[in-house]
Design a protein. Structure first.
Length: 235
């Protein structure tokens, strides 16, 4: 069985976690995106800028984007690349596992109450996984080989995703299963709210930074995610 490349595994994990989330957690699992999935346009991967009025431009879900590329991160610029990759994979892998669990409970033959509960549980687990990743990456700072704006934008994306999920979870939890629009409302995200192309473009920048692909292969959480994605998608 051929092993996935780091970029391919990250794309599969991010794709399952975010693309499926954007489409709702019901239905069949779509094919994972390719390893080199491009951003829809250059603005999707650029660090947000301060507007002329002095306000900060907003990222996905209306949340603040990452700081500008020249601003230092709290953890400095000498983070261990293995630990940095481990933090990223812990967040994505945890979210992906939660999604797979939710998908098993969201087939049409399950009761609406159970499907709603599975979606709420997925949102809670994903908020926790991505929030932990964001906290760890903020504390670690960036590896010396990685561009500051790439590190910052990943943190900004995770923060925006967490805040979006926090808003959506109570809405899903409060759904009436007898509502004629229940199926529609059970899909918690609009596609534009978690724009996965932006995240996948950042992964390509991480992969090509010196030493980062090797560090990914050494990170325990990334190897765990490799096994999970191979099990979900095949090798």
């Amino acid at each position: 069985m051929a092993r996935r490349t780091p970029a391919g595994v990250l794309a599969a994990a991010a794709g399952l976690t975010l693309v499926l989330a954007a489409c709702g957690s019901g239905g069949d699992t779509p094919a994972s995106p390719g390893a080199n999935t491009p951003s829809s346009d250059s603005s999707a991967t650029s660090a947000p800028e301060t507007s002329a009025s002095g306000g900060v431009d907003r990222g996905p879900g209306g949340q603040p984007g990452a700081p500008g590329g020249g601003q230092p991160a709290p953890g400095g610029t000498n983070a261990d690349p293995v630990r940095w990759n481990d933090a990223v994979c812990k967040g994505l892998g945890g979210s992906m596992r939660a999604m797979l669990t939710a998908l098993k409970a969201n087939s049409p033959d399950h009761k609406p109450e159970d499907r709603k509960a599975a979606t709420v549980a997925y949102l809670g687990a994903t908020e926790g996984a991505l929030g932990t990743a964001r906290t760890e990456l903020t504390g670690l700072g960036r590896p010396a080989a990685l561009r500051q704006d790439t590190h910052n934008e990943l943190i900004g994306y995770l923060g925006a995703a967490v805040e979006t999920i926090k808003r959506k979870q109570p809405e899903v939890a409060g759904l009436d299963v007898k509502d004629p629009r229940f199926e529609e409302k059970l899909q918690p995200f609009a596609a534009e709210e978690l724009d996965p192309a932006r995240l996948l473009a950042k992964f390509e920048e991480v992969r090509t930074a010196p030493g980062m692909e090797e560090a990914y292969r050494k990170a325990p959480e990334c190897q765990r995610m490799v096994k999970d994605t191979e099990g979900a998608f095949g090798g």
